[in-house]
Design a protein around this ligand. Structure first.
Ligand SMILES: NC(=O)c1ccc[n+]([C@@H]2O[C@H](COP(=O)([O-])OP(=O)(O)OC[C@H]3O[C@@H](n4cnc5c(N)ncnc54)[C@H](O)[C@@H]3O)[C@@H](O)[C@H]2O)c1
Ligand SMILES: O=c1ccn([C@@H]2O[C@H](COP(=O)(O)OP(=O)(O)O[C@H]3O[C@H](CO)[C@@H](O)[C@H](O)[C@H]3O)[C@@H](O)[C@H]2O)c(=O)[nH]1
Length: 468
């Protein structure tokens, strides 16, 4: 059979993954027409404007370079599907909120609706690529849906091509990925489809970095990668508690451990806990998968990674209360950083949310500052998207335009996100405007502890105890 040439790509889902990934494909493959579609009109309007819907360093330049040339954003989902030879399905797969598996299993409703739409509007054969993170063997149900609803003569090949980009570094991750993983059925048709997708990536990714495996291995590798990354953070965070109790220092321990070439130094930064839309969701998904496969010990093992993360967030919030002489009622507490990590405006599962809720439940007055998160997003998070009434908390929360404003008069300054600008704040000036004793809680181990102590602050850091 002649090799399949990909000329038109459709990406369903213009979110944190679909947008950047397919914008980079458009940049690197000027001969391919890439159309990114979404049902959300406001999101598509933003992609077509000067104010992109997500903040990601380097993304503006990529989009501006190709938009209107071979990169298009549209809500006309059906047209883009019908015209494409290859379709990325990059829709959200959140944790189920109700029904069987609630709180653990992935909600595959968006994925299945998109799949059904592909079958219904396609008048020619297509390669359908699972880009969303899904449980192992999802491709099988996608195939059943496609085959049951397709028109005569339309054939679909399904590939798994999970995305490994991290927010905040998405563009550099996409430009130079550690690997691109493609899973396919090991049939002639499956392998041909795999070659077609490889030909897209090989426009910029070295061949040795494009890994081809079976479908189920590819699906499971994505969950496995996230579970093992999160496990490292929970391990280092568990050790941070031992450091605080013994006088050891977690940065020193992590440095020493990470020097072992079998382990490596990355992803060993103790913190207030991991956040983001993926780690917790994907581990819970793995827990559910393990339970469904009657592997309770395996499920218990992975669940502990999430439990340790909850413990770390609670432990940090408790430490603030304890240090402020066991009460923060009526006290002003400044939270610096609302995003789940620096260089993104994304707040999904951000530890700042749990920590702020903890302070509010203790009746503190909370001031907040984040350089990228909008005030309306902060309110959505604080009210759990409208599930918690805003009125009772409104008088206790102030969202500020700068870190300095948030810190003015605060009895404690709590750093929750490692934004670079927090390192270079005018800490002397901030100190002058704080009541005494003035506390800084560094939940990211990012500030110069000695310099702050010299100014007069009492500094409490995750993973370093007071014992000499
Ligand atoms: N965010 C990340 O860093 C990241 C990284 C790797 C993988 N992933 C995975 O990628 C997937 C997408 O994540 P995201 O963060 O981009 O989600 P997102 O919520 O930002 O974007 C998903 C988009 O899909 C749209 N959508 C849903 N159903 C649709 C349909 N039937 N037709 C058209 N549009 C539809 C939604 O409106 C939304 O805009 C998830 O499975 C996630 O686990 C995310
Ligand atoms: O040493 C570390 C590293 C990270 N974090 C925290 O862990 C969370 C996740 O960080 P990161 O993994 O950098 O960002 P994500 O965008 O969530 O990316 C993860 O999740 C994506 C979605 O599946 C995957 O594609 C990526 O490979 C995977 O790194 C954040 O709250 C970080 O602050 C730490 O606390 N310590």
């Amino acid at each position: 059979m002649a090799p399949i040439t990909v000329k038109k790509i459709c990406c369903i889902g213009a979110g944190y993954v679909g947008g950047p990934t397919c914008a980079v494909i458009a940049l690197k493959c000027p001969n391919i027409i890439v159309t990114i579609v979404d049902l959300n009109q406001a999101r598509i309007d933003a992609w077509n404007s000067d104010n992109l819907p997500i903040y990601e360093p380097g993304l503006d330049e990529v989009v501006k370079a190709r938009r209107g040339k071979n990169l298009f954003f549209s809500t006309d989902v059906d047209k883009a599907i019908a015209e494409a030879d290859l379709i990325f399905v990059s829709v959200n797969t959140p944790t189920k909120k109700s029904g069987i598996g609630a709180g653990f299993a992935a909600d595959l409703n968006y994925l299945q609706l998109a799949t059904r739409r592909i079958a219904e509007v396609s008048t020619s054969s297509k390669i359908v690529v699972e880009k969303s993170t899904v449980p192992c063997r999802t491709a099988e149900s996608m195939r059943t849906i496609l085959e049951a609803n397709s028109k005569p003569g339309c054939h679909f090949q399904i590939l798994s091509n999970p995305e490994f980009l991290a927010e905040g570094t998405a563009i550099q991750d996409l430009f130079a990925p550690d690997r691109v993983l493609i899973g396919s059925l090991q049939t002639d048709e499956g392998l041909d489809a795999c070659k077609a997708l490889m030909s897209v990536y090989s426009n910029w990714v070295p061949t040795e970095r494009i890994l081809t495996v079976g479908l189920w291995s590819s699906e499971l590798s994505k969950l496995a990668a996230n579970a093992m990354l999160a496990q490292r953070i929970s391990s280092v965070n568990a050790l941070s508690a031992i450091c605080e109790a013994t006088g050891a220092n977690i940065d020193e321990v992590a440095f020493a451990v990470g020097k072992d070439s079998r382990m490596g130094s990355k992803f060993l930064k103790a913190s207030v806990g991991f956040g983001g839309s993926c780690f917790q969701k994907d581990i819970l998904n793995l827990v559910y998968l393990s339970e469904s496969l009657h592997l309770p010990e395996v499920a218990k093992y992975w669940r502990a990674v999430v439990e340790m993360n909850e413990y770390q967030k609670d432990r940090f919030a408790h430490k603030v209360v304890e240090t402020l002489f066991n009460t923060i009622t009526g006290k002003k507490i400044a939270i610096l950083g609302w995003a789940f990590k620096k260089d993104t405006g994304d707040t999904r599962e951000s530890p700042s949310i749990s920590i702020a809720n903890h302070f509010l439940s203790e009746k503190a007055r909370v001031t907040l500052y984040d350089p990228q998160v909008t005030e309306s997003q902060i309110w959505l998070d604080l009210t759990n998207y409208g599930e918690v009434p805003a009125e009772p908390i409104k008088p206790h929360v102030t969202i500020c335009e700068s870190a300095e404003e948030a810190c003015k008069g605060a009895e404690a300054i709590v750093v929750c996100t490692e934004w670079d600008e927090f390192k270079t704040l005018d800490w002397e000036k901030i100190y002058k405007n704080c009541p005494r004793p003035a506390f800084v809680f560094d939940g990211r181990l990012m500030l110069d502890r000695k310099a702050l102590q010299k100014i007069g602050f009492s500094v409490v850091t995750i993973g370093s105890g007071d014992r000499p």
